[in-house]
Write a protein that binds this ligand. Structure first.
Ligand code: KG4
Ligand code: ZN
Length: 334
């Protein structure tokens, strides 16, 4: 049988990424992270779109080179259709369309959040169905019941900020750079959780993080007024306290869902799943509640085309292709 070789492109936010997958095995995964947004303290959509245009060709060429694959060997080209920033998505969609047209090969659209979850199928061990996935990124926070490779049931999600935004916005208040998630993670390792930040009371499996951000802001404004060196003198403890609270909010809802749905196959995905405290918490809960836990390799936590390639491989097997008229979608249902 001939191999199935797919090129996948991810451009939904501020990472330009391309990957090649051969017979379900990711053989290259190249990502150019846009550093330019650091100076603005957040992702500027127009700047992101322009940076994708500059990076996409070299990133795709590097992914093909690393995989030792020529363009004419490709069987399909996949892309992130959404959700994400429209101008960013447009670059990846247009590029994929051009490739598909020039090579007369099919196009495969992939849902970004489904791909974060399907990143668990890149390496062993793979979760058994049905499993729960806590998907935590800069734009989303969801608890998803994954029935099979194509059926995703969102049990709960954030009603305001995402978990990644909670990290990033708290970091901004603390005067840290963007994205603050990895910086808070690093500083938290040196600190103790001595500050008590409130836990939102939200029903069901939904989340809210905007109240936490406001509480942190008011707390620090008051403390800084009393002592202008407060943040500087307590930075590690503040980071640890904020991180622990975000994690406790996530873990409480996740364990509630696991219990109610009688599921002990538990996964985490998305950029925030790179957080060392969250990874540790999942493992500790796993021991306590007898869960089988699944934590992705770091390169497949934050945005990457490897996960898009994995999702595309399964769609290829079902001949789920789209026409050249396909448009990106900033908002896209699971
Ligand atoms: O999945 P992702 O790369 O992009 C989106 O789809 O949004 O997630 C990016 C988010 C950012 O908010 C970033 O601060 C957060 O993931 N993040 C982390 C860590 N690494 C990335 N948050 C906490 N700890 C980390 N180690
Ligand atoms: Zn993402």
């Amino acid at each position: 049988m001939n191999s199935i070789i797919i090129l996948a492109i991810e451009s939904s936010c501020d990472d330009t990424s391309a990957a090649v997958i051969i017979d379900g095995k990711v053989v290259s995964n190249v990502t150019a992270t846009q550093q330019i947004h650091e100076q603005y303290g957040g992702v500027v959509p127009e700047v992101a779109s322009r940076a994708h245009q500059e990076s996409i060709l070299p990133v795709v060429e590097a992914a093909l080179d690393q995989a030792k694959i020529q363009k004419n060997q490709l069987n399909a080209v996949a892309f992130t259709r959404g959700p994400g920033l429209l101008g960013s998505l447009l670059v990846g969609v247009s590029f994929a369309k051009g490739f598909a047209m020039a090579l007369s090969i099919p196009l495969i659209e992939v849902h970004h959040m489904q791909a974060h979850i399907l990143a668990h199928f890149i390496d062993e061990p793979k979760p058994n169905f049905p499993f729960l996935c806590l998907t935590v990124s800069g734009g989303h926070t969801q608890i998803v019941k994954v029935h099979d490779l194509f059926t995703f049931e969102v049990l709960g999600q954030t009603i305001d900020d995402a978990a990644g935004e909670a990290f990033d916005k708290s970091g901004k208040i603390l005067g840290l750079g963007y994205p603050a998630g990895p910086l808070i993670d690093k500083l938290a390792k040196e600190g103790n959780p001595i500050f008590e930040f409130p836990e939102p009371q939200i029903p069901n499996y939904d989340f809210s993080f905007s109240g936490l951000k406001t509480a942190i802001l008011y707390f620090l404004q008051k403390k800084q007024k009393e002592d202008s060196t407060f943040i500087a003198n307590h930075l590690a403890d503040l980071c640890r306290s904020i991180q622990d609270r975000i994690i406790s909010i996530l873990m409480k809802k996740l364990s509630k869902a696991a219990k109610a749905h009688k599921i002990n196959e538990i996964a985490i995905a998305g950029g925030v799943s790179a957080n060392s405290g969250l990874r540790k918490a999942i493992e500790e809960y796993g021991i306590k509640y007898k869960w089988n836990t699944y934590i992705p390799d770091f390169q497949y936590c934050t945005d990457n085309a490897g996960m898009i390639a994995m999702a595309a491989h399964y769609k290829y097997l079902k001949s789920e292709f789209v026409g050249l008229e396909v448009e990106p979608m900033a908002r896209m249902e699971m």
